[in-house]
Design a binder for this molecule. Structure first.
Ligand SMILES: Nc1ncnc2c1ncn2[C@@H]1O[C@H](COP(=O)(O)OP(=O)(O)OP(=O)(O)O)[C@@H](O)[C@H]1O
Length: 252
């Protein structure tokens, strides 16, 4: 089966700093992949490279078997249109009502876009009554749901989630995890999630991959993260200060 997304030997440096040092990763269609790894290990750079926002120096990135590094102009825009993105802070426009936030990337008459927004609100468990409110009138958890509704509104084939549970209490975080899981399963979307939240990783992932010093040092099914037999994975998954991963004080 062709991978939905495949990275082979992807390298990226900024000046003298090597961030991606030969990343290999393969994500199957309709699979939920979670990338774990400490701060500054290059998770965002990897996602931006897949989106074509950053150009790696070498290596290959394919989507449905088609090379996407080096795309420009219209081809790059078409490539990016296949992705939905849930950003860390939600990134809603406070000046726009909820329904306009959700239907931002949609075209067509306002009446249809509003109806589509309400359909997507229902998918994330919110009623039409919030459609005319502003983001600032909603709780953090509701804002996250709205951001999720926006991410799926354009019916993307692939969803990227950047720290989807950051800033939420554990119960709301779990509601969001469940929603992500359901959306991915029901809509057959391929999902790539970056998270430090192991409870979230355990809930969302089919597969987990750990990025460390610019390489994927372990990947495997979610059920194997506790028995990976890899000291780096073990330290990260259990959140221990002691272990092979040394925190540099200036990066804390
Ligand atoms: N445009 C850029 N120019 C220079 N350096 C960059 C640029 N983008 C990222 N970096 C550097 O690349 C490294 C990896 O950054 P990245 O944002 O991918 O980390 P991350 O794993 O997503 O971290 P976090 O979990 O804290 O979000 C960092 O040292 C960062 O400073």
């Amino acid at each position: 089966m062709t991978a939905k997304i495949a990275l082979a030997n992807v390298r990226k440096r900024f000046g003298a700093k090597v961030v991606l040092d030969g990343v290999d990763l393969s994500i199957a269609p309709a699979e939920s992949m979670v990338i774990i790894g400490g701060s500054g290990t290059g998770k965002s750079v990897m996602i931006k490279s897949i989106l074509g926002l950053i150009r790696p120096e070498s290596g290959s990135i394919t989507v449905d078997g088609r090379e996407v590094t080096g795309l420009r102009g219209r081809a790059l825009a078409d490539h990016q249109a296949r992705f939905g993105m849930l950003f860390q802070g939600g990134a809603l426009f406070d000046s726009l009502p909820i329904w306009r936030n959700i239907s931002f990337a949609l075209s067509g008459p306002a009446r249809e876009r509003r109806a589509a927004a309400i359909d997507n609100l229902a998918r994330v468990g919110l009623g039409a009554d919030v459609a005319d409110l502003r983001p600032s009138e909603l709780s953090g958890g509701m804002q996250k749901r709205v951001a999720l509704a926006r991410a799926i509104a354009a019916k993307p084939e692939i969803l990227f989630f950047d720290e989807p549970t950051t800033g939420l209490d554990p119960i709301m975080a779990d509601v969001i995890n469940d929603l992500i899981r359901t959306l991915v399963t029901d809509l057959g979307i391929t999902a790539l999630t970056i998270t430090h939240d192991m409870a979230s990783a355990r809930k969302i992932a089919d597969q987990v991959a750990m990025l460390y010093q610019g390489k994927i040092i372990w990947h495997g099914p979610r059920a194997e993260i506790d028995t990976a037999g890899n000291p780096y994975v073990d330290q990260f998954v259990n959140g221990r200060a002691e272990g092979p991963i040394k925190m540099q004080l200036h990066s804390l």
